[in-house]
Every structure is written in C-alpha cells, then in structure tokens.
Design a protein around this ligand. Structure first.
Ligand SMILES: CC(C)(COP(=O)(O)OP(=O)(O)OC[C@H]1O[C@@H](n2cnc3c(N)ncnc32)[C@H](O)[C@@H]1OP(=O)(O)O)[C@@H](O)C(=O)NCCC(=O)NCCS
Length: 203
C-alpha cells in the first residue's frame, strides 16, 4: 500500500472483487489499441472483450473506489481475455467476424512461449506520475512468484520510451528487439522490444 495525500493506493486482484468493475472492464478492453486493425475502434473492442475478461489475470489499482489503472498478465496459457467467436460474429458477421477472430487468436498465441507475461499496463492520465504503475508492477512480481515463476517478461513498443524507462527502473532488461517479422508482413504491427525482469534474489 502506498500512502499519498488523501486515500491510500490499494492493488486488488480482479477475481477478489465482490462485483465486476465495469469501469475497469472498459479500460482494459479499450487498452488493446495495438490490435485496433483487427478489433476495431474503442467501442467495438469494448463490445468484443469486456464480457470475456479473466479477472484472475487482472490487478487493479484503486484509490478509494476510483480505479486508476490495471496490470494484465498471462501464464499457463490463460491471459486477461478469452472471447469466443460469438461476439465477433455479432459485431462483424459470420465471414468477416471469422477472419478477425482467427487473426485475434493468432496475435494472442504469439505470446505462447512466454512463462509469466505482462500483457498490459495502463494508468488513467490524471493518476500518472504518482507511482501507480510502479505499485502495480510490484504486485505483478508477487503474482508471478506465487505462480512459481522466476521472471516476468513483456513486450513494449520501441517508440514507447516512457514505458521503457519505467520498466528499466523496475529492473527489466532488454532481451531483444523484434520487428514481429512474419506478422508484420501481413499486418502493420509496430516494432516491439522484449524485456525481462528476474525475480531471483540478487547475489
Ligand atoms: C506507462 C504508464 C503505465 C506509467 O504509469 P505511471 O503510474 O505514471 O507510472 P509511475 O508513476 O509508477 O512511474 C512513472 C514516473 O513517475 C515517477 N513517479 C513515481 N512516483 C511519483 C511520485 N510520487 N511523484 C512524482 N513522480 C513520481 C517515476 O519516477 C516515473 O518517472 P519517469 O516518468 O521519469 O520514468 C502510463 O504512462 C500509461 O498508462 N501509459 C499509457 C499505456 C502504456 O504505454 N502502457 C505501457 C504499455 S507496455
């Protein structure tokens, strides 16, 4: 818990919430901006994903009852979303929905080789630079340790330098920079950097 003027910051696992948090469902679903080409605009992403959130893969930062941000993670092949084909069919029709669903599944599967993977991290603008993401990362490391992992991995867009700075400060190191070659030939996916944070005690 981080004390700041006013209310303390609380980090809560989504599956421990007494009820589904609609505000955070909206924030998480709209956060898949890198897949906008497949999923459509923010409103569409919400309709496609918000009902398919795996709440045990989401950490939420609250001050009082206000959700300030989230960290979404993936391990044991279960990430923050498990949408079926139904919402894609309803949104785009059977054929176009089928193609988009397939592309979405391929894009998500791209992460299969990671152990514990930080899938997304986002803080609402008015709450930035107050240590919210740092607190979410600390709790994410705890989740990874509990699940038996000794490192956390992530992908960050090469152009997102402020996020890279945050990750470096939190002990992540660059593993490689991947232009997501085979996928970027089909779709304009941005170049990403892979980073890893060891959770082993420093010797
Ligand atoms: C990247 C992001 C998650 C950072 O969230 P944040 O809550 O602002 O991060 P933190 O406050 O923990 O740390 C960010 C900065 O605030 C500073 N800071 C932390 N606590 C502070 C405090 N109490 N007072 C002033 N500054 C503080 C940190 O030193 C850090 O400095 P830096 O920007 O020079 O690196 C946020 O900007 C965001 O949501 N961006 C859009 C989505 C995104 O890019 N996500 C990453 C995708 S991989």
């Amino acid at each position: 818990m981080i004390e700041r003027a006013g209310e303390p910051l609380r980090i809560v696992l989504g599956s421990r919430l007494p009820a589904r948090d609609e505000a955070i469902a909206r924030l998480i679903a709209s956060g898949r901006g890198s897949l906008a080409l497949i999923l459509g605009d923010e409103a569409r992403r919400y309709r496609l994903l918000a009902r398919a959130v795996n709440w045990d893969r989401i950490l939420i930062a609250y001050r009082g009852s206000t959700a300030l941000g989230y960290a979404a993670f993936k391990h044991h092949r279960r990430g923050p979303f498990s949408p079926g084909f139904g919402p894609f069919r309803d949104e785009f029709g059977r054929l176009r929905g089928g193609v988009r669903y397939l592309l979405f599944v391929i894009a998500e599967c791209r992460e299969w080789y990671y152990g514990f993977y930080l899938h997304g991290l986002r803080v609402i603008k008015p709450a930035r630079h107050q240590g919210v993401a740092t607190a979410l990362l600390t709790e994410t490391f705890g989740q990874a340790r509990q699940a038996g992992y000794d490192s956390v991995e992530l992908e960050v867009q090469v152009k997102n330098q402020s996020a890279q700075q945050l990750y470096t400060r939190q002990g992540f190191v660059r593993v490689r920079t991947t232009p997501v070659n085979w996928l970027s030939r089909l779709l304009p996916f941005p170049a990403v950097m892979n980073m890893r944070r060891s959770l082993k005690p420093q010797s």
